[in-house]
Design a protein around this ligand. Structure first.
Ligand SMILES: NC(=O)c1ccc[n+]([C@@H]2O[C@H](COP(=O)([O-])OP(=O)(O)OC[C@H]3O[C@@H](n4cnc5c(N)ncnc54)[C@H](OP(=O)(O)O)[C@@H]3O)[C@@H](O)[C@H]2O)c1
Length: 282
């Protein structure tokens, strides 16, 4: 437990309507954080609200669309007016754009960055003045094992996660003197709605695309990986471990698959790794 009921730490989670964000908001609330479960669509708040009511959890639902600066500012202003502080920000909102690189339109790529990268930047920049003022805080950025390695059909999504890795690593140096920590979470394949909400690039849907064979093979590889997918609770537990640690790591892997891939990446040459990935995925 974090602290007494009258003096709870305040956590803000983006994308709490499902999956990792939903479980993380519940996990933080169950462990004593006054938790603002933010989501872009209030209509998706019924489940978390009813669990919070049943268990008596300190959860508030707040509207926040990471692509909308006004929505972010309204949410952060309201939270800080209510609580006077923000101790934890979990940047979780995201989705996957899939498709062969040649087929990605600029609009599709920009939309992917608007949510996964610029959304994280906007939200973090809105929260940082509060953390800097209070001289403490922790920013948790949900990256992915896809922030450390590439695979076919994933260049857009993967590049957003590589961007998050670079932003986070650089920010950590700047923020440490102000008592603010940065943590990167790198999940492997996690059983959530993300696979149902994948956006497939328009041109990649053409069955006559020269990349069809590669993208179909990749899709069936993912189906296989889903069988051994980890639960979103596992990721939520790792977030909890990081935010309750006085001296957290910069990076946390989440899932056995993530550990296996990263071990291979560390222990193989680029050529060996490329060959192994090709054999496994294509
Ligand atoms: N599942 C995996 O295998 C996996 C692996 C590594 C990393 N991740 C990362 O984990 C994070 C969460 O994904 P998930 O697996 O939990 O998927 P999910 O179940 O699809 O949840 C994604 C969440 O992001 C929200 N979201 C999307 N666009 C948003 C926006 N503009 N503003 C606010 N919220 C928005 C969604 O809201 P709506 O319900 O309104 O769409 C939903 O709450 C993502 O950053 C993802 O890249 C997932």
């Amino acid at each position: 437990m974090v602290s007494s009921l009258s003096n709870k730490k305040v956590a803000v989670v983006t994308g709490s309507s499902s999956g990792i964000g939903y479980e993380t908001a519940l996990m933080l609330a169950r462990n004593g954080f006054l938790t603002y479960a933010t989501m872009r669509n209030f209509n998706k708040s019924e489940n978390i609200k009813s669990i919070a009511a049943k268990e008596g959890l300190p959860i508030h639902i707040t509207q926040l669309d990471v692509t909308d600066r006004v929505s972010i500012n309204n949410a952060v202003t309201a939270i800080s007016a209510e609580t006077g502080r923000i101790d934890v920000l979990v940047n979780n909102a995201g989705y996957v754009l899939e498709g062969a690189f040649e087929h990605l339109s600029m609009d599709e790529i920009k939309a992917q960055y608007e949510t996964n990268v610029f959304g994280l930047i906007r939200t973090t920049q809105a929260v940082l003045p509060i953390m800097r003022e209070q001289k403490s805080g922790i920013i948790v950025n949900i990256s992915s094992v896809a922030g450390r390695l590439g695979y076919p059909g994933g260049s857009a999504y993967i590049s957003t996660k590589f961007a998050i890795e670079g932003l986070s690593e650089s920010m950590s140096y700047e923020l440490e003197p102000f008592g603010i920590k940065v943590v990167i979470i790198e999940p492997g394949v996690i059983r959530t709605n993300i696979f149902d909400s994948v956006v497939v690039a328009k041109k990649s849907k053409d069955p006559n695309s020269p990349y069809t064979q590669i993208t179909q093979k990749m899709a069936s590889s993912f189906e296989g990986m889903m069988k051994n997918a980890s639960s979103p609770e596992l990721v939520a537990n790792i977030v909890l471990e990081a935010v309750t640690n006085d001296n957290p790591n910069l990076r946390y892997l989440a899932g056995k698959d993530a550990e296996t891939w990263l071990d291979a990446k560390r222990n193989m040459s680029d050529k060996e790794f490329y060959k192994m990935m090709k054999q496994n995925l294509m």
